[in-house]
Design a protein around this ligand. Structure first.
Ligand code: AGP
Length: 607
């Protein structure tokens, strides 16, 4: 999705903005632009395509200003073109605006402004914003008041950075349902859509709530609520180090993040489990409250939802509470059976996914308590929820989620254990056994990474395929869903995941000679069942890969890759690792851009 960056300080803004935009590249974009305030007013330079295109425009080298805004655009309204790129001016070139989000009522606002004599030069929804501000500025003669009045007219989502040529020492930012962070430096301040892009400049951040305004100068930041009353905001220090947002010698962020998993899992466990005791400093929950629940709802999108699936059975068997797992974009548009007896858990790496946030707001309206699980500190979802817990995966830059997924699975399991402990629904012996095994997971994840050579070899055999199938039973089915999603995302190979028992109810019709079928077999109780499903596809000529921690008759399969044994509830953490590597190496073999797959964005901040 669109990325925004801003700088106000004593240094030249242009290189800082370009550097920030490069760091936001992973969010996905099709055009880019920057604006700075120069001695003779605001200068905008923008171009379709990559940041390199923008940087090759001669005019960009004339920008000397020390205050500026920048944007990477992911087209929603209007095709990718220089005209549709941000920043956008108003008709008098007094204001320049960059915007992330969607203005839902832009048609009517544009009409209203056109009737008043304003001209539009792009097809975007954004261009109404600088013109609306300009319209109010004629009467108000005040930057902040005009921005506030314009925002009152906007329906939809927005994170805005605004420059005004009459206020060369200020920048105003405001947000509504779109991400924006403010980084505090010494005599300089930064704006970004997310933390990693400005992590090399500062570790101190402010987070705006919806409809809060910040007026930035070089030394100060003033905050205002929606009625323009001055407010105080707490500053938060972020522990992530700069190296964690760099490739660090790896070819791609995705590969680096796959290899960071043992540590991400270790950090996530370490944050909650010490000396055999699970404690959530971030929240506590009473036995009475948990006993009052008749349902847990787990709601998320994409990979985060796949993480949710992997713990449904575990929560149910350990805590004896029914669990529903639902796609956020479905949950938000139905009438979910949710009330004060439901605890809704929302999982999101970024904490900025529009559908997940909307689903959370709906659950709250319906009286449920909400628990957010996020990776990004201070992200929107963490500020909306009643309770909040964090995975400790560090910044995840690659579009395809890897270390966030395994950290989510681990943290959800810890949460299930914690609830079971509070509820007293499982014997102490069973809990201790699971805790002991949990502590073994980082080491076992390291062992799972050692499958890399075999996986690389298998990738070189199958990378030209056009279809693949993933099969599994129980939790292995959910791992199959995640493996299939990874493959689609970065290799553009069509793939399907099925609960292995469903095979003969339809999908087996697609199996023919040489089709690749990947089976995941980790649950000792289900081994025979899945093996017999795999035999059904072998009979029909399929090329089979099996990921397993069980002893099988290997000769029946084309290839078997062994991963370490663990408790069945933790198996998804390990079985996904070779399959992440598989999609990575297939993508590389096809010569694709692994970190920035086509049409995808890292955080999906619009519907
Ligand atoms: C993961 O590989 C995907 N890029 C995508 O499915 C992602 O998990 C989804 O958009 C949810 O993102 P979130 O965790 O930031 O909410």
């Amino acid at each position: 999705m669109c990325g925004i960056i801003g700088y106000i300080g004593t240094k030249k803004a242009k290189p800082i903005l370009i550097n920030g935009l490069l760091r936001l590249e992973y969010r996905g974009y099709d055009s880019a632009g920057i604006a700075t305030i120069e001695n003779d007013g605001i200068k905008v330079v923008k171009e379709k395509g990559r940041i390199a295109n923008l940087n090759s425009i001669e005019e960009i080298n004339t920008l000397e200003g020390t205050i500026g805004i920048g944007h990477t655009r992911w087209a929603t309204h209007g095709k990718p073109s220089a005209e549709n790129s941000h920043p956008h001016y108003d008709n008098t070139n007094t204001f320049a605006v960059v915007h992330n989000g969607i203005i839902e009522n832009y048609h009517e606002l544009r009409k209203l402004l056109e009737d008043k004599g304003y001209t539009f030069f792009s097809d975007t929804d954004t261009e109404v914003i600088p013109n609306l501000i300009s319209y109010y500025y004629k009467k108000e003669k005040d930057f902040l008041k005009s921005v506030k009045k314009a925002c009152d007219d906007l329906k939809g989502s927005f994170a805005l950075e605004i420059l005004c040529k009459d206020y060369p020492d200020n920048m105003i930012v405001v947000r509504q349902d779109s991400p924006l962070v403010i980084g505090k430096g010494l005599n300089e301040n930064y704006i970004s859509s997310d933390i990693p892009a400005i992590l090399s400049f500062t570790k101190d951040f402010y987070f705006l709530n919806d409809r809060e305004f910040a007026v930035l100068s070089r030394k100060n930041i003033e905050f205002y609520d929606n009625d323009l009353n001055k407010i105080e905001k707490p500053i938060k220090s972020i522990e992530w180090n700069t190296a964690s947002a760099e490739k660090d010698g790896y070819d791609d962020f995705m590969l680096k993040e796959i290899y960071e998993q043992p540590n991400a899992i270790r950090e996530t466990i370490g944050s909650k489990l010490s000396e055999d005791k699970i404690s959530f400093n971030d929240f506590s929950i009473s036995k009475e409250y948990l006993q009052s629940l008749n349902k847990l709802y787990i709601v998320a999108c994409g990979t985060a939802m796949n993480a949710g699936y992997t713990v449904k059975n575990t929560f149910e068997s350990l805590c004896k509470i029914p669990v529903e797992v639902e796609i956020a974009s479905e949950f938000r548009y139905k009438d979910p059976l949710v009330d004060e007896k439901t605890l809704c858990i929302f999982i999101s790496q970024s904490g900025e996914t529009a559908d997940t946030i909307a689903a959370l707001k709906l659950a709250k309206e319906k009286g449920a308590k909400t628990l957010a699980m996020a990776n990004v500190i201070g992200s929107s979802i963490t500020r909306e929820a009643d309770y909040c817990i964090y995975t400790h995966a560090g910044p995840e830059i690659a579009v395809a989620s890897t270390k966030a997924y395994t950290s989510q699975v681990v943290l959800l399991n810890i949460l299930a254990l914690y609830f079971a402990e509070v509820l007293d629904t499982v014997s102490k012996k069973e809990i201790s056994k699971l805790k002991e095994e949990l502590l073994e997971l980082p080491k076992k994840a390291e062992l799972a990474l050692r499958t890399v050579a075999e996986i690389k070899n298998f990738s070189s055999i199958v990378y030209k395929e056009t279809d693949m199938f993933f099969l599994g039973r129980g939790l292995d089915y959910y791992s199959a869903l995640e493996a299939s999603l990874k493959l689609k995302e970065i290799s553009y190979i069509h793939s399907e995941a099925y609960a292995a028992g469903e095979l003969k109810h339809g999908p087996i019709a697609l199996i023919e000679n040489d089709v690749t079928v990947i089976g995941i077999i980790t649950n000792p109780l289900l081994v025979e069942k899945t093996v017999s499903n795999m035999q059904e596809v072998i009979t029909r000529g399929a090329k089979t890969l099996v990921i397993t921690n069980q002893e099988l008759n290997n000769s029946q399969f084309f290839k078997v890759i062994n991963i370490p044994k663990t408790e069945p509830c933790f198996a998804p953490v390990l079985s996904i690792i070779p399959l992440q590597l598989l999609s990575y190496y297939i993508s590389k073999a096809k010569g694709l851009d692994v970190d920035k797959p086509r049409n995808l964005a890292k955080s999906v901040t619009v519907e």
